[in-house]
Write a protein that binds this ligand. Structure first.
Ligand SMILES: [Zn+2]
Length: 801
């Protein structure tokens, strides 16, 4: 039945509809070029122009500008439905808010809404700037939804919300770069900087922390305005595997996901796969690579808000330049499709040949329209299950431990506490403040303590952010090496942020006042009362918010687009800590000690810093790194009394170019996402929270607890010789079992006792080595202070030049 029904999707448009649609231009007509043609891209101005035109001429389209992006572009979302639904969007949106929180529904209202309320789906495109197909596809999808009679009939029972790009700044950067290099040997090549002003690819890792403007705009729209039942995230992947990935995803399943979410994802993926096969689209794979464990992605945060979050990944081209894919080069995926051959989850391999932007758009259109049809056909099921999941979350929170989490009042780092509460509130978690002192679980809490009671619709989101993650051990075959996580395995915010949060495993009744306003953001690292350390350094001034004397900081910025560099800039900007970005030519020019007290090299390998990109990858002015001469300049900088701060992979510079006597202990053995039996004993943790013992007497360790937590991303730890002049700042426990706090860690015995941070003199200056990322994704507030301590320390002790 489903099969026959879907064959009707593209039934001929009746004459009556043609009369109505005649005034509405297609994207190609409006733009004056063929959308999706080889070497052709619509830029953000053209895309928003088309959507505005569509809204002006079609009663089926309404466009909202959610706000400006980081670079000031308009962030738009189009609502497309039947003209009758578009005329009553305000009313439909208010009803959607009630469905999201069953406590607000009377039984009568519920019956009525289940019978009549349209389903709501959100289609998210192009969050990753270079995955540009979705931004072009969105215009065609919008046009077809507004003008095709069959699709319009579906929309009598459905509202489709389309963000043509979740990253307009990146869309614009990629389009400009592509056009600039068209016809040169760099056509379709990589952008030598991040495709977002701060965080590049990690904009799809920001969805619980909500640090970036775009994340915030969409978060408010999803959980504060529209409450869609289904969220569809349109991505692209590598070019050598399947032509498109559709759900289901792979194990493990996060324990906080409602089973209806897991089933809903599989159901939608099956409909997409079937529609693609019907249309003769080969190379469709499901159940590969992408798992249902991690939190923080655009598709994963909705699944903790009772929304079915799905993803597709189409094979990429060189931006808009076709590729020719030799059949012999086609391959499977490490997980789910080890070989490129016909299987149950890959019944129709693509034979190879030319693959173009148009193919990506066509595959994505079929998948999107299959979802549109499904969400209309099964409208009632989706509306009903959305309410049911919210209700189930509330009921489970009433009868199952944990019942609540308490953030005790009066603890050390007030700024981090306020930020944690803000993160929860932005994700629409209900947080209360205790009106009076109370006790729970045998502990006493003061009035003013924050209480997160788990009998609430977004229980899954709250619980997943506050509890400890235990990534399940999954052997690839009985007795074989473990499967590795797809992305981060642990994210527990209390541990990352250094905030004491107490889990309550008994029913809790305490009178609280709801926290309504978002707290003021922490703007100042050294405000009195925070744990920065030296009060003499950390006095308030008007100019910098906190500091009387700020060091002159240079932050190295490579042409290899380092996300850690971007996050470092973001955190320093957020804290109003001044710095200067320092490119390859500025480093090579030398005399850095005259300009800077501290130079920070973010997480980059020696090869990236020294050699950068090659001239075959990027135009000459972006190629070559700092070279051997630049490394010599950095060494001279330290010898002249400067302070080098090397983060994670950049510790390799110390061991080689700077001549520091330190041995690096590498993680991630074997490379790739899958363990081989040979490297199953290597250190491997692609995103986990580990325990570390900190010397709080060291200036960089000031304000840290003796036993603290840090974020480890297959990081580079250190071994110092017995007679080393270096001073250890932080070290992993010598008991392997004591290291992992949240997530997944393989090879703990290899990490036991290793050094996580150290400080060593070099000439009249020094080098601080962080064998981890203290500012990880703008999340790890618990170690932010170590980073800022490192910047401030030379001002406290050394003379200024
Ligand atoms: Zn992507």
């Amino acid at each position: 039945m489903t099969f026959l029904r879907s064959l009707l999707i593209l039934a001929a448009v009746p004459a009556a509809a043609l009369a109505q649609t005649a005034r509405i231009p297609s994207p190609s007509e409006h733009l004056g070029f063929t959308v999706g043609a080889d070497r052709t891209l619509a830029d953000w101005g053209q895309i928003t122009g088309y959507f505005q035109r569509l809204a002006a001429v079609s009663p089926a389209v309404h466009v909202d500008t959610l706000g400006p992006t980081t670079s000031g572009q308009p962030f738009i979302v189009a609502a497309i439905s039947s003209p009758a639904n578009i005329a009553r969007l305000t009313q439909l949106r208010a009803a959607q808010a009630k469905l999201a929180d069953p406590r607000r529904l009377t039984p009568d209202e519920e019956r009525q809404l289940v019978a009549s309320q349209p389903s709501v789906i959100f289609i998210s495109n192009n969050i990753h700037g270079s995955e540009i197909g979705g931004s072009q596809m969105a215009m065609e999808l919008a046009y077809r939804l507004a003008t095709n009679d069959t699709l319009q009939r579906y929309l009598e029972k459905e509202i489709v919300l389309i963000a043509p790009s979740m990253n307009p700044d990146g869309q614009r950067m990629i389009t400009e770069w592509y056009r600039q290099n068209l016809g040169t040997k760099w056509e379709g090549g990589p952008l030598p900087w991040l495709y977002h002003p701060y965080v590049g690819h990690d904009n799809n890792r920001d969805w619980f922390m909500v640090t970036q403007k775009e994340t915030r705009l969409v978060t408010d729209y999803l959980y504060g305005a529209w409450f869609p039942e289904i969220f569809y995230d349109v991505h692209q992947m590598g070019a050598e595997g399947a032509r498109i990935f559709v759900p289901p995803l792979v194990d493990p399943v996060n324990p906080n996901l409602d089973p209806m979410i897991v089933r809903g994802i599989a159901h939608i993926g099956a409909e997409m796969g079937l529609a693609l096969e019907e249309r003769g689209k080969s190379g469709v794979a499901n159940s590969v690579i992408y798992d249902l464990w991690w939190h923080g992605g655009a598709r994963s945060t909705p699944t903790r808000h009772n929304m079915v979050g799905v993803i597709t990944e189409a094979a990429s081209v060189r931006i808009a330049t076709p590729i020719v894919q030799d059949t012999s080069k086609l391959r499977g995926h490490a997980r789910g499709l080890p070989k490129y051959e016909r299987r149950v989850n890959f019944p129709n391999p693509w034979p190879g040949g030319t693959w173009r932007l148009r193919d990506i758009i066509d595959y994505e259109l079929v998948a999107a329209e299959a979802l549109v049809r499904l969400a209309s056909d099964q409208r009632e099921d989706y509306v009903r299950s959305f309410v049911a999941m919210g209700r189930r979350a509330i009921e489970t929170g009433k009868k199952e431990a944990p019942y609540a989490f308490v953030i005790p009042a009066g603890q050390g780092d007030a700024g981090a506490v306020e930020r944690l509460v803000d993160v929860l509130r932005v994700g629409r978690v209900e947080v209360g403040r205790a009106n009076a002192a109370f006790s729970a679980g045998g502990k006493s809490f003061a009035a003013g303590s924050y209480v997160v009671s788990l009998d609430q619709p977004y229980r899954a989101h709250a619980k997943d952010l506050l509890e400890v993650q235990r990534f399940p051990k999954m052997e690839q075959w009985p007795g074989g090496p473990p499967e590795r996580p797809y992305d981060v395995a642990g994210w527990t915010l209390s541990l990352q942020m250094g905030v004491n949060v107490v889990q309550i495993d008994q029913p809790l009744a305490v009178a609280t006042t709801p926290v309504t306003d978002a707290s003021p953001r922490v703007r100042c690292v050294a405000r009195p009362g925070t744990a920065l350390g030296d009060a003499a350094v950390a006095r308030d001034t008007r100019q910098y918010g906190c500091l009387t004397r700020v060091p002159r900081v240079g932050l190295y910025k490579s042409w290899t687009a380092s996300m850690d560099e971007g996050w470092t800039r973001w955190v320093m900007d957020d804290f109003k800590f001044p710095y200067v970005s320092l490119g390859d030519s500025a480093v090579r020019a030398g005399a850095l000690r005259k300009r800077f007290d501290v130079i920070v090299i973010p997480d980059l390998s020696l090869r990236e810093v020294r050699d950068g990109m090659t001239e075959t990858q990027v135009p000459g002015k972006y190629a070559g790194g700092i070279g051997a001469e630049g490394l010599a300049v950095l060494k001279q900088f330290a010898q002249d009394g400067g302070h080098l701060v090397l983060v994670d992979g950049a510790t390799e510079l110390a061991a080689t170019a700077l001549g520091v006597d330190v041995k690096l202990v590498m993680a991630g053995g074997g490379g790739g996402s899958r363990n081989s039996a040979a490297d199953a004993e290597q250190i491997y943790a692609p995103g986990s929270i580990l325990r570390v013992l900190v010397d709080a007497a060291h200036p960089v360790g000031k304000g840290m607890a003796d036993s603290s937590a840090l974020y480890f991303v297959n990081s580079t730890s250190l071994e110092l010789p017995a007679n080393s002049a270096a001073r250890v700042i932080a070290r992993y426990p010598s008991q392997p079992d004591a290291i992992l706090l949240s997530g997944f860690l393989q090879g703990a015995s290899k990490l036991a006792g290793k050094v996580a941070a150290a400080d060593v003199a070099l000439g009249s200056g020094r080098v601080t080595l962080f064998g981890f990322r203290p500012l990880y994704r703008g999340q790890s507030y618990g170690t932010f202070k170590m980073f800022f301590n490192a910047l401030l320390e030379p001002v406290a002790t050394g003379p200024r030049m």
